[in-house]
Design a protein around this ligand. Structure first.
Ligand SMILES: O=C[C@H](O)COP(=O)(O)O
Length: 251
């Protein structure tokens, strides 16, 4: 059964309570596109208030710790996200990998923690520009998938994989649809190798400079089940244009 396209906004370290007006507007717009699943991952500080402010959107966290609780100053556990009303956690974003030293094993531990807490999880992978220039993009990303994705009974329905080439994030340099298609085909094969037939059901998102102008072409690319959107998710106008581009003709 084909899945609804999944459009996820990652607000990164942006947004105060004033920004909830945008979330409400996105929520109203999402209600007009029932054929698309729409989500936002705001900063931790906004999760519980956003959950109360919206009806259609799924609200999630941008990261979580691998432990449930303890002496981890500044960190947030998956259980805390769940308690705040979150429905999912993003783990392994390249900004976490690059700026917080997170490796594949840590990402997998975080993903397991999110699943254990009852959350869905979006695991991010992606190559750097140097790795792509060296012809190693598919190898690097394939290895990230094998080492970052958690494998276990009942996990698949709550797993999403996001392919975000690092060089396309926040740069305006979107990956060519043919390159996205090639990479997503590799990722699908990896998922089937990891999960068997169920691996065909894991949704794969593209992320990296998705905007209203390029969303339709990217979302029509084979094996692209949605988008993980940074900058263009911060305002209702730009984010809803992407949601509209994802909407099936019938919705
Ligand atoms: O999580 C989102 C990605 O990092 C993409 O960010 P961007 O849309 O601003 O390029």
């Amino acid at each position: 059964m084909p899945q609804r396209p999944y459009i996820v906004g990652n607000w990164k370290m942006n947004g105060t309570r004033a920004q909830l007006a945008e979330a409400r507007a996105i929520d109203r717009g999402a209600a007009r596109h029932s054929g698309v699943r729409v989500a936002i991952a705001p900063p931790f500080t906004l999760i519980s208030t956003m959950v109360e402010a919206v009806q259609e959107l799924t609200v999630g966290g941008q990261d979580c710790h691998s432990q449930v609780s303890g002496a981890f100053t500044g960190d947030i556990s998956a259980m805390m996200l769940k308690d705040a009303g979150a429905g999912f956690a993003i783990v392994g974003h390249s900004e976490r990998r690059a700026m917080h030293g997170e490796n594949d094993a840590m990402v997998q531990d975080k993903a397991r923690a999110a699943l254990d807490a009852g959350l869905e999880v979006i695991v991010c992978v992606g190559e750097t520009e140097a790795q792509r220039d060296a012809g190693k993009a598919e190898q690097v990303v394939g290895e990230q998938v094998e080492a970052s994705m958690p494998v276990g009974e009942g996990f698949v329905p709550r797993l999403t994989l996001a392919y975000e080439p690092v060089w396309a994030i926040g740069t305006g340099r979107v990956a060519a649809p043919a390159d996205v298609a090639a990479m997503h085909a590799v990722l699908r094969a990896k998922l089937v190798a990891l999960y068997g037939d169920e691996g065909s059901n894991v949704r794969i998102l593209y992320g990296g400079s998705v905007n209203a102008g390029n969303a339709a072409e990217l979302l029509a690319t084979p094996e692209v089940g949605g988008a993980l959107v940074g900058g263009a998710s911060l305002t209702a106008d730009s984010f809803l244009a992407i949601v509209a581009a994802a909407a099936p003709a019938a919705d």
